[in-house]
Structure formats: structure tokens, C-alpha cells
Design a binder for this molecule. Structure first.
Ligand code: HEC
Length: 469
């Protein structure tokens, strides 16, 4: 995480906290505890927390602006800051965010709690506009709307944790239990919204498993997801164990455990904010070629051939049945069902290797869009580097022709790997040399485009008797 992302994380954390605390003051608190009920100090402390959070976002925003203007202009200076503020979208968002938090603070001071929370929410929405959404779509879009929802839910939930901690520590056990319960519906909504919106963002920014395991962006997304799971597990523990225990005989221990669990949640929440800020500085996985780290990859080619299909389909059914047995066994606490399920799954698994094929690190590379000029360049390169062995197809003396119909089944990324790094003999040594030293990525894609474009014609000339492999 660079200093720009660190400054951004500070802005995010303070703005989310300001919003979350103000919301807590108008939702969970009044439901559980009237302001007059001898709790004036607690209310005051929470208001100070809201004010401090909002006020902290000002210097943090200035720092972010200063660093970013410096990065844009080459060197930070007041002139650069002024230019960025006046002429860039980023500068205007910074100004809007600071304005929103100033206004929210004034409104809170004037006793207009709901309005203050609403305006602070606008400040949170501004944070989402800083993200990749606008850059990717060049304007407002569904992705932007989803990002706004996502950060609003994050603020409402994570921002409510510190006030909840203060209540649990300071209020009488009975009151703390009530506040925790009053916070719960909002928390549940937020968790649901965050999970759904995160799923959508995953789809758009990461795309799938290769992007998740094969790019640094994907790794960060995975880290965020794990932290979210941790936060949710602790929330369930808080609500359904510790909050109830506060009323029981061992209230002191329960209060300590509750405090510790909330502190853990707050730490995880801060980590989420830090990871999210780091993500904002990375290229989304969708725009990066993912490195596949495993020797195999999932593939459905087995479903094309009758023999393999007849093996895979029953095995899948068996797997589903076995897993269902295990599930039911665990649910109803029947060891026999669990054991039977495990045996059935164990019988299915050996057949499922057919659903995996050998992979290369570049298996999921995506080829650039094919253009006529690219194919033409590929033809020239092919004549220079490949034709010696792969010859024109009708010349049957060629070592290995590229006319086989199955060639088109290979993923682009796999052809890329073979051309770049060569093909090994099963027992060691190379049958085909790699060309990474002579051809750059664009050249390799051009050759592949040419081979793909020409393959059907070659296959036709040869009478379509593609075999090999
Ligand atoms: C020194 C000879 C040689 C040269 C030069 C060569 N290849 Fe190959 N290539 C082979 C051999 C031999 C195989 C078959 C390997 C095997 O048995 O799987 C092969 C296999 C391939 C395959 C896999 C075909 C399949 O259906 O599995 C592709 C694709 C390929 N070559 C592309 C190229 C391209 C593109 C070039 C030029 C950049 C090139 N080759 C240059 C010898 C060569």
C-alpha cells in the first residue's frame, strides 16, 4: 500500500465511521435507550465520536489531495492542488466529500440527527465515486450504483461497531443487551447488501476463478472476502451468544467477551478498509492476464466424447447424492448417513479427474481481438519461424501440421504458452522450441491469430482427417 492509498484509507475510515455513528444515534440508540434515562454522558460521548470522525476526514482528505496532486503534477505544490481541485473530477469529489462532512457536523450540532446522518451518507456515496466504477464506465452506471450501495452498507455496519463497543463497555448490562438487539436488524440488512453487491462487483471486476487466483487484485479481493466472513461470524456470535449472556448469571465474563469480540470486529473492519483502499490503486483483474497457478484446470471437454461422458455424468450424480447424504447426516446428527455419504463421495471422486485437463500458467490469458492486419503479420512471422517444421499443410512431409480440427479446442492461452515456451516430450527434452526470445507477446498473438484463421482451410485441404494427440 502506497502513501496515497494509506491517505485514502484514512479518509474512508473516518467518513464511514462518521456516518455509522450518526446512524447509530438515530436508529439503535433511541430504540433501546431514551436520551433522558440517566445516560446523558453516553449520548454525549457518542456525539463526540461522530464529530471527531467527521473532523478527522478533513485533514485526511487534504493529505490525500496533496499526495494525489503531487503524483499528477510530478511534485506536490499549492499550485498543483489548486489545479486538481478546479479541473479534475477527483478534486471535485474531494471538495464535495469535505463539504458533506462539514454540513453533517453542523446539522448534528443543531440537533437535526436524521438529516445529519443523511448528509453524512452523501459523503459516503462520494467515496464510491472515487472508485474504478467511473473510470471503467465513463459515467454513471449500474456498477457505480452498486458500489454506492456497497459502501453505504459498509458504513452503516462497520461505523456502528465503535458506538456499540462503547455502549457494551459503559451501559448497564440490561441496556447493552437491548442496544445490541436494536442494532441487529440494521446489521443483517447491511451484511446482506454487502454480500450481494460484492458478488456483483466480483463478477464485473474479477470475472471468475482465474482472475481470483491469478492476479494480485484477485488475491486482495479474496483477503477482503475472508475478513468479511470473519466479521460476520463474530457478529453472529455477538448477537446470539454474548448479547444474551449479558443478561445471565455470568454477565461480567459475557461483557468482557463481547468487548473483545467487538474489538476484533473493529480491527477486521479497519483491515477491510485498508484492503479496499489498496484495491483502488490496482488494475482490476479483468484488465490483467491471470497467471494460473495449478497444473490442471477444470474443463468440460469430457462431455463431448460419448465414452467419457458416460463416465462423468453418473459420477457427478453420485457426488451430488453423497454430498446430500453428508449434509443430511450432519444436520440430523446421524453418523451412519455421514459415513455412507463419505463412501459414496469417495467412489465418485476418482472419475472426476476427467473434468480436469493439463493447464499452463497462461491457460487463461485472453487473446487480443483479431484484426486483419494481425493475421497478415502472423502469416509473415509463421513463414519465417514455423513453416520449416509445420510446413504448408498439403506438404505431407511436414513434421507436424497444424491442420488437426482439435487445434481449435485448445484455449488461446495454451497455444500462447506452447509457442512462447515450447512443447516438452513426455519423457523430457523438447519436441518444439519456444519462441519467447524472438517473438514478443504481440507477435505470438499474431501467429496464433493466423493459425486459428487458417486451421479450417488446412483441415479441409487435408480431407479433414485430423488426428494426433
Ligand atoms: C523445430 C520444429 C518446430 C518449429 C520451428 C515450430 N514447431 Fe510447433 N510443433 C513442433 C512439433 C514437433 C510439434 C508436436 C508436438 C507434440 O508432439 O505434441 C509442434 C506442435 C505445435 C502446436 C500444437 C499442435 C497441437 O495440436 O497440439 C502448435 C500450436 C504449434 N506447434 C505452433 C507453432 C508455431 C506457431 C510455430 C512458430 C512460431 C512453431 N510451432 C514452430 C515443431 C516445431
Amino acid at each position: 500500500m502506497g502513501s496515497i492509498e494509506a491517505a485514502r484509507a484514512a479518509v474512508d475510515a473516518s467518513v464511514l465511521s462518521g456516518f455509522g455513528v450518526l446512524l447509530f444515534l438515530v436508529t439503535a440508540m433511541p430504540l433501546a435507550l431514551a436520551e433522558a434515562a440517566g445516560s446523558a454522558r453516553l449520548w454525549r460521548a457518542l456525539r463526540r465520536l461522530a464529530a471527531a470522525s467527521l473532523a478527522l476526514s478533513w485533514p485526511a482528505s487534504l493529505l490525500w489531495l496533496w499526495l494525489k496532486a503531487g503524483a499528477m503534477a510530478g511534485e506536490p505544490s499549492l499550485g498543483a492542488v489548486w489545479l486538481v481541485l478546479r479541473t479534475t473530477w477527483f478534486g471535485q469529489l474531494i471538495a464535495a466529500g469535505v463539504a458533506a462532512s462539514v454540513l453533517a457536523l453542523v446539522l448534528a450540532w443543531a440537533g437535526r440527527g436524521r438529516l445529519a446522518a443523511g448528509v453524512a451518507g452523501l459523503g459516503v456515496a462520494v467515496l464510491a465515486l472515487h472508485g474504478h466504477g467511473l473510470a471503467m464506465e465513463g459515467g454513471f452506471s449500474l456498477l457505480v450504483a452498486v458500489s454506492v450501495l456497497h459502501v453505504l452498507a459498509a458504513g452503516a455496519w462497520l461505523g456502528g461497531l465503535v458506538p456499540l463497543l462503547m455502549v457494551v463497555r459503559r451501559a448497564p448490562a440490561e441496556v447493552a443487551a437491548r442496544v445490541a438487539r436494536a442494532f441487529s436488524p440494521l446489521g443483517k440488512w447491511c451484511v446482506g447488501v454487502m454480500a450481494l453487491t460484492a458478488g456483483w462487483q466480483f463478477w464485473v471486476m474479477v470475472g471468475g476463478l482465474p482472475g481470483l487466483v491469478g492476479t494480485s487484485y484477485g488475491w486482495m479481493v479474496a483477503a477482503k472476502a475472508w475478513l468479511f466472513v470473519l466479521l460476520t461470524v463474530l457478529a453472529v456470535l455477538n448477537r446470539y451468544r454474548l448479547a444474551l449472556a449479558l443478561r445471565g448469571a455470568r454477565a461480567r465474563t459475557a461483557r468482557l467477551a463481547f468487548t473483545a469480540s467487538l474489538a476484533g470486529q473493529i480491527a477486521a473492519g479497519l483491515a477491510v478498509v485498508a484492503v479496499a483502499a489498496t484495491l483502488s490503486g490496482l488494475t482490476p483483474a479483468m484488465h490483467e492476464q491471470p497467471d494460473w497457478p495449478f497444473p490442471l484446470r477444470p474443463s468440460l471437454v469430457a462431455l463431448d466424447e460419448p465414452e467419457t461422458r458416460d463416465e462423468v455424468v453418473p459420477a457427478l450424480a453420485e457426488l451430488g447424492f453423497g454430498l446430500a447424504l453428508v449434509g443430511i447426516g450432519v444436520w440430523r446428527r446421524r453418523t451412519v448417513a455421514v459415513a455412507a455419504g463419505v463412501v459414496v463421495v469417495g467412489m465418485a471422486v476418482p472419475h472426476l479427474d476427467l473434468l480436469f485437463v493439463p493447464a499452463t500458467p497462461t491457460s487463461y490469458f485472453v487473446a487480443p481481438e483479431t484484426e486483419a492486419a494481425m493475421v497478415a503479420r502472423g502469416e509473415t512471422l509463421f513463414a519465417a519461424h514455423c513453416a520449416a517444421c509445420h510446413g504448408p499443410a498439403r506438404d505431407s512431409g511436414a513434421v507436424m501440421d497444424l491442420a488437426a480440427a482439435h487445434l481449435l479446442d485448445h484455449a488461446d492461452g495454451e497455444l500462447f504458452w506452447w509457442v512462447a515456451h515450447g512443447i516438452d516430450r513426455p519423457r523430457g527434452g523438447q519436441v518444439m522450441p519456444g519462441f519467447a526470445a524472438v517473438l514478443d507477446d504481440a507477435d505470438i498473438w499474431a501467429v496464433i491469430a493466423f493459425v486459428r484463421a487458417r486451421n479450417p482451410a488446412w483441415a479441409g485441404e487435408r480431407g479433414g482427417s485430423g488426428h494426433r494427440h
